[in-house]
Design a binder for this molecule. Structure first.
Ligand code: IPE
Ligand code: IPE
Ligand code: MG
Length: 249
């Protein structure tokens, strides 16, 4: 699959990816799980470059969930170190490719060094305009919605918001993703077919794409394949197929 097969007119603005399967990939090579995470960085680099190359506006990568804090300390420490090193190493590439970095999640839970480097790169790349790369770190969609509810209730209590005015947009405007359009396409690697607490509100109408490829083997061609598959689908948003066909003439 090459980028030439992608229809530029119906390109999704935002693709989100659940990068799964690093541990299984390592196990297949009789290596420790951390080795899989390390090789997974190559997949991140190629996918990010490929996404920018075809002109996506947003790419969100699920890198670490709130639930992942339950993993063995050794694995968490290695993942956090890898995160710091990757952010430092890739800042140059982000600048060269005009990519802006953002992050969603309970970032205050990250080790200080991680958060500092993350914020440095977010700041440094903030004026870049080719694409926004969003890293989901210490992210839980349920926590995100709970926090939004808390913030909204506070505004109602302070008289800043009338409870009768609360609607879908109010919720949307209190999520981490308030300035990010919902993803049209969600990809999960490794054959698992679940959402694992990722962007529950935002994927209400996303197209889902599951592939058996383990994350360390994922490359831009696999992203292109997913997009071509997405472009063959009819997105009806509750309407009938006949209505959609009429709208498209
Ligand atoms: C995804 O790979 C990376 C993270 C969740 C941090 P896994 O580490 O979940 O790999 P598997 O699912 O055990 O193969
Ligand atoms: C989801 O992968 C989180 C990330 C990819 C960062 P997991 O491997 O943690 O998901 P579950 O626990 O198997 O659903
Ligand atoms: Mg996994």
């Amino acid at each position: 699959m090459t980028s030439a097969e992608i229809n530029k007119d119906t390109l999704p603005k935002h693709v989100a990816i659940i990068m799964d399967g690093n541990g299984r990939w390592a196990k297949k090579q009789s290596k420790i799980r951390i080795f899989g995470h390390k090789v997974g960085v190559k997949a991140v680099r190629d996918t990010v470059e490929g996404a920018a190359q075809i002109g996506l506006s947003y790419l969100t990568l699920y890198a670490f969930s709130s639930e992942n804090w339950k993993r063995p300390k050794k694995e968490i420490d290695a993942l956090m170190e890898l995160l710091v090193n990757t952010i430092i190493d890739e800042t140059k590439t982000l600048m060269e490719n005009n990519i802006r970095l953002q992050a969603i999640g309970n970032l205050e839970d990250l080790p200080k060094k991680c958060l500092q480097n993350l914020n440095n790169t977010i700041e440094k790349t903030s004026k870049n305009s080719q694409m926004t790369l969003v890293l989901a770190l210490s992210y839980s969609s349920k926590k995100e919605v709970a926090q939004a509810v808390k913030d909204i209730v506070k505004k109602v209590q302070n008289g800043k918001l009338n409870s009768n005015d609360i609607n879908e947009e109010t919720i949307q405007n209190h999520l981490f993703t308030q300035n990010i359009p919902d993803p049209e396409l969600l990809i999960r690697t490794s054959g698992e077919q679940r959402i694992s607490n990722f962007l529950l509100w935002q994927i209400a109408y996303s197209e889902l794409y599951f592939t058996n490829i383990l994350w360390p083997d994922f490359r831009r061609d696999n992203l292109f394949e997913a997009i071509v598959n997405y472009q063959k689908r009819e997105r009806r948003f509750g309407k009938t197929s006949e209505q959609i066909e009429k709208e498209n003439v």
